[in-house]
Design a binder for this molecule. Structure first.
Ligand code: ATP
Ligand code: MG
Length: 341
């Protein structure tokens, strides 16, 4: 059984960091619709709260890409999608999803991006052929911090960091991409930014309390992702949404579950420096990349990081999130007035 399991964590991600296409300055096309220039395939790559994503092919070049369709009903929703396009335009980095084209008609947007074929990170990790170790987790966390560090250097906050928004570039390789800039915002340290959105389980206390948000707000969510990746347990998840939000605002969490018994103290220290209630005391992305757990040299010297971690609980987590997302997507369709029966 174990003989054909692939340990994909031996090396740093190599190659494939070249951009998927020449950097392009994308302007939103209003006189044409996406189907004029692209063939849209019917199979769904994914569905989120805001959009449906399908593979597509550029008629002119034969290039395979992805098309995210987002319907809007009023000027505010339209502004939000325009923001997504603007944010993506300024984010050219190998760990961040690259925009290729954009279209707008009376009631919808279509954002064409590079096509990512490896599926969601957590789905990959729970697959039978994947051996999850701390070392593999370090490799993923380092790439996540790399991408978010670039965003923060461009004064952009992601504000929706969660496992579904981290995709694997391919089914074999070990490189990831951060996607979904639908909630991303420009950040000006001199003016306060408050937000009223996010995904409860991954929300930082300042979001729940409607206090100003900072780059540190993304760092909290990265801490939650790391906690779940290593244990399959969601640190603040309650049985109801108000309970989850309450758990977040009290910021009480620990490593008492048996899943953490085999986790290194460096990994625990990494998480402990992110799940800190006071945003000013959380590690920044740069500090994360300098943290001993993420630093390669030290990682090589320890045995703990190579132990196989159980993904039993992580499987449960992934199935629960899938179910939750399906319900959310159905509610969103209902809100749009789509008849479901
Ligand atoms: P959310 O509910 O997280 O706010 P959303 O409506 O903004 O989502 P996305 O997160 O951008 O939509 O996309 C939904 C799903 O579609 C993703 O979780 C992913 O599985 C899939 N997906 C998105 N973009 C791509 C892509 N470029 N290539 C492959 N799959 C993609
Ligand atoms: Mg998403």
């Amino acid at each position: 059984m174990t003989s054909h399991r692939v340990i994909v964590d031996e090396t740093e991600p190599t190659g494939g960091d070249e951009p998927p296409f020449e950097p392009r300055y994308v302007t939103v096309k209003k006189s044409k619709w996406v189907t004029d220039e692209y063939d849209i395939h019917n199979n769904l790559l994914g569905r989120g709260k805001f959009g449906e994503v399908k593979p597509c092919c550029e008629k002119r070049s034969g290039r395979q890409l992805a098309a995210k369709f987002i319907e809007f009903s009023g000027p505010q929703e339209r502004k939000d999608v325009t923001n997504e396009v603007e944010v993506m335009r300024s984010l050219q980095h190998p760990r961040l999803l690259q925009i290729y084209d954009a279209f707008e008609n009376k009631s919808a947007f279509c954002i064409v991006t590079e096509l990512i074929t490896g599926g969601e990170l957590f789905e990959r990790v729970i697959n039978d052929d994947f051996v999850l170790t701390e070392k593999a987790s370090v490799m993923f966390m380092r790439q996540i911090c790399d991408g978010v560090s670039f965003m923060h250097s461009r004064h952009i906050l992601h504000l929706d960091m969660k496992p579904e928004n981290i995709l694997c570039l391919s089914r074999q390789g070990n490189r990831i991409k951060i996607i979904d800039f639908g909630l991303a915002r420009k950040y000006n340290p001199k003016s306060e930014l408050k937000i009223l959105f996010g995904t409860p389980e991954f929300m930082a206390p300042e979001v729940v309390n409607f206090d100003p948000v900072y780059p540190a707000t993304d760092m909290w969510s990265i801490g939650v992702i790391c906690y779940i990746l290593l244990s399959g347990l969601s640190p603040f998840q309650g049985t109801t949404e108000p309970e989850t939000l309450c758990n977040i605002t009290t910021a009480k969490w620990d490593f008492s579950a048996e899943e953490f018994e085999c986790i290194s103290s460096d990994a625990k220290d990494f998480i402990s420096n992110l799940l800190v209630k006071d945003p000013s005391k959380r590690m920044s992305c740069r500090e994360c990349l300098d943290h001993k757990w993420l630093r390669k040299q030290i990682q090589r010297a320890t045995k703990t990081v190579q132990r196989t971690l159980s993904t039993k609980r992580l499987r449960k987590f992934v199935y629960r999130r899938k179910w939750q997302r399906a319900v959310n997507a159905m509610l969103a369709l209902k809100r749009m007035g789509v008849d479901l029966v």
